[in-house]
Design a binder for this molecule. Sequence first.
Ligand code: UMP
Length: 199
Amino acid sequence: SPRNLRVLLDMDGVLADFEGQFLKNFREKYPQDPFVPLEDRSGFYVTKQYYALGQDIGTKAFGIYEEKGFFLSLQPIEGAIEAAREMADMEGVDVYICTSPIKKYTHCVVEKYQWLDKHLGKEWMERMILTRDKTVINGDLLIDDKPNITGGMSPPQWQHVLFTSWHNRDVTLQGGQVRLDGWLPHSGWRDILERKRQE
Ligand code: UMP
């Protein structure tokens, strides 16, 4: 029988609403400062866009997601938890969480585990992969909102499913990328898995 399909799920921007929480916290903490509405986001790095508004604004933006409690407080993306559970329950599919912690790891690393425990449960600890280089991780599919994922392994083993978010909605797909527009039942995530299985 064929081997299991190995699916890697990114956390920030795919399972957890990093951008929404970032903006909420930034506006609450710095109500007098300029900000970037979600519909004006472009480029993967939110800090890069805030630095363009001024050095001090960029520094403040950085501070928002380095704060204790930020990563644990992220709300699940709509439909993500249900989809992740259903995917993990699919016959012949192995699901892993593949996420890059920020360099200032103190709160981020532990809170990513806590978030997974809180929203998906203890058995998901077995699925957790923390890495700053996703290209060296084996998989058939990587579902991730970052358009250009590079690293030590070129090309990576996995096919990149670009998960739509505000910052990448106008990005042109490259190479073997396909797009996934969300986790609601009709987004087509199951079709992407089935097609990959039949390759
Ligand atoms: N991140 C930054 N700067 C930004 C936006 C995000 O450092 O401007 C961090 C947050 C996440 C990580 O921890 O990058 C995203 O990692 P992946 O989604 O690629 O796993």
